[in-house]
Design a protein around this ligand. Structure first.
Ligand code: ZN
Length: 563
């Protein structure tokens, strides 16, 4: 018996076994170019899946022998199959909260189009409700090469509160928005500056650092829990569309314990389609350690299961050691800031917790390492997989210090948007080796990839993979050279197996090997051979998480939800 299923052969096959206890596969995938990312970098034709895990990999013939009467067979027609992609540093849970209610300018091709989206939102939503664009874009992606003016926002959405944020450096707010936020010329904005006209009135343009924007966005009413759950579900599906099956979520400004209810709701319902290793941080400056002690009572390290699991503190132990989102910002922590940071680090080590720590600059990374080395002398951290994230200007010495503590380094395509700032502050020679990915890999450091989305880069893993390969900023400016740019396979490993290491999951996922979860993506085109400028346009046509088809498109659309 064979069943045609929307163009895909769901074969009830023909294997016979000479012994009684032979097990058959639930699903077989054949005719693929399957990049297993095992230690030998094996490329195979086929994979068999049983109970959500890889049962065997090999030739079409060998795998077909594992099919029984109820096995579903999927012929992928020569397409490339990769392990499911894992972003090692992303603010996914925060992005999910507002995904169904916020506007996004990620990937929007022009300012005119961005303003048109605001006009549409004003037409289609209730009068008086906020229209918000929360970062994730830069004027470099627009032919206009500029952000909006407040007048343009007012014209697009007359009388409405509108908030548009660019990266973490500028916000444009309409007069109705300023009124709703109760911001006056006298309001003190932490690390921020409100522009005023000649008569001292607010223009609606606010510049500053991260804390300014957290202060502002905290004043905008958030979505309901139902909106948050729907947003998280849709966002995960969007990640699945791009071949993603896992994230290391790193909290972020504006995230408090109540914001985890949406992902917990999906988890309780068994509706997660992305594996989430989550972290927590405290957004109360000076009270971080108090908060950690409280949170840890309810959420010990490793709490959860393979769909949602707590994996430590990140991306900031304390606000006082946060050096901002790019190079070139003023950062002079006091002795007290350093002491508080070290106390929190020591506490985390004593709890056996992992720490995933932000450092935009090499200078901050070295201050952080001073503390980590000191902690390690009394409470060893070498088995805890601590990490520093970003450090686009890292030196080999810094990476060696990290290697000595068996730490990881996660890099993201932040210079896709912020490359021009880096260039201006540190110059072209520094940009040519930023970040020094191959130096890190050669040292044997655990180096993983990601995006740092949602406010400083787009979440698309293929856009990030392209950036890993060619080092170009979003407007095409060449920055990083070939010397520090990884091979295609190395970049893919950084986006799968290496990222799984960061959450202690490299024995369960990140490569397609027997016993590991069947988390995989069938790609639209061959990642290994398309021209590099096409890598950013790839997407998944079939994504499996634990053997379940969480996303299907084109010839595989009918399989979604059916495995
Ligand atoms: Zn960060």
């Amino acid at each position: 018996m064979t069943t045609r299923f929307a163009g895909i052969l769901f074969a009830a096959c023909c294997a016979s076994f000479g012994y009684a206890h032979a097990q058959t596969a639930d699903t077989i995938i054949t005719n693929g170019k399957i990049l297993t990312l095992d230690a030998k970098s094996s490329v195979v034709q086929a994979v068999a899946i049983r109970e959500g895990r890889v049962m065997a990999v090999g030739t079409n013939d060998a795998i077909r022998k594992l099919a029984g009467p109820n096995t579903k067979a999927i012929d992928v027609g020569g397409r490339t199959v990769t392990p499911g992609l894992i972003d090692s540093h992303i603010h996914a849970l925060r992005a999910g909260l507002t995904y169904s209610v916020e506007l996004s300018w990620i990937g929007v091709p022009s300012l005119a189009k961005g303003l048109e989206l605001i006009r549409e939102a004003a037409r289609s939503s209730k009068p008086g409700t906020w229209i918000k664009v929360g970062g994730g874009w830069t004027e470099m992606q627009f032919p206009e090469k500029r952000g909006p003016s407040v007048d343009e926002l007012v014209a697009a959405a007359p009388g409405r509160p509108v908030y548009v944020q660019r990266l973490y450096n500028t916000a444009w707010i309409t007069p109705a928005g300023l009124k709703a936020m109760n911001i006056t010329p006298q309001t003190e904005i932490p690390t921020g500056k409100a522009e005023k006209d000649a008569s001292g009135n607010l223009t609606g343009v606010i510049t500053g650092g991260n804390r300014a924007f957290n202060f502002l966005t905290d004043k905008i009413p958030g979505p309901t829990l139902q909106d948050q759950v729907e947003g998280t579900r849709s966002y995960f599906r969007e990640l699945n569309r791009l071949g993603m099956t896992g994230v290391n979520d790193v909290t972020g400004g504006g995230m408090y314990p109540q914001h985890y209810r949406s992902v917990q709701t999906l988890w309780q319902k068994g509706e997660m389609t992305v594996r989430v290793a989550f972290h927590f941080q405290s957004n109360r400056r000076g009270k971080e350690l108090d908060d950690f002690k409280d949170y840890a009572k309810f959420t010990p390290m490793n709490f959860g299961d393979d769909m949602l699991r707590f994996r430590g503190i990140g991306e900031a132990l304390t606000q006082g050691m946060y050096d901002g989102s790019t190079v070139g910002l003023i950062f002079n922590p006091t002795d007290k800031d350093k002491e508080e940071f070290c106390a929190a680090a020591k506490w985390a080590a004593e709890q056996g917790m992992t720490v995933h720590q932000h450092a935009a600059t090499n200078r901050a990374a070295n201050m952080i390492l001073d503390c980590f080395e000191q902690v390690n002398k009394t409470v060893p951290i070498t088995a805890l997989r601590w990490q520093i994230t970003h450090i686009e200007d890292a030196t080999a010495d810094t990476l060696k210090r990290m290697k000595a503590l068996n730490m990881g380094w996660s890099v993201q395509d932040r210079l896709l948007y912020a490359g021009q700032i880096f260039l201006k502050v540190l110059g072209p020679e520094a940009a040519k080796v930023a970040p020094p990915i191959n130096t890190g890999l050669k040292l044997g450091l655990h180096v993983a990839a990601g995006t740092d989305s949602d406010q400083v880069a787009p979440y698309n893993p293929f856009v990030s993979l392209r950036w890993l390969l060619d080092g170009k900023a979003i407007d095409g400016t060449p920055l990083r050279g070939a010397e520090e740019s990884p091979s295609r396979e190395a970049a893919l490993r950084m986006y799968s197996l290496n990222a799984a290491w960061f959450s202690f999951d490299d024995d369960k996922r990140g490569s397609l090997e027997v016993g590991k979860y069947a988390d995989l993506a069938v790609l639209s085109e061959d990642y290994m051979s398309v021209p590099v400028e096409k890598v950013g346009e790839l997407f998944s046509v079939l994504t499996l998480v634990g053997g379940k088809a969480v996303y299907g498109a084109g010839p595989f659309a009918a399989i979604e939800g059916k495995l």
